[in-house]
Design a protein. Structure first.
Length: 63
């Protein structure tokens, strides 16, 4: 159980580091009205979806 938490922690750190690089792509929508900000990461979501789809496709070929 301890090893699982270590692996999950490392995975979350890696995802966090990657997210800082691709977190503000052109195509993401930011709405600022005074003291209120809404962020819609549309392009970031599309890029992550494509990357995960390719990863799962490649992993599926090796099974």
């Amino acid at each position: 159980m301890g090893k699982l938490f270590i692996v999950l922690g490392i995975a979350f750190v890696i995802i966090g580091l990657i997210w800082t690089f691709i977190g503000k792509l052109p195509g993401d929508i930011t709405v600022k009205k005074g003291n209120f900000t809404v962020y819609f990461p549309i392009m970031t979501s599309i890029v992550i979806s494509i990357i995960l789809s390719l990863l799962f496709f490649i992993l599926g070929k090796f099974r």
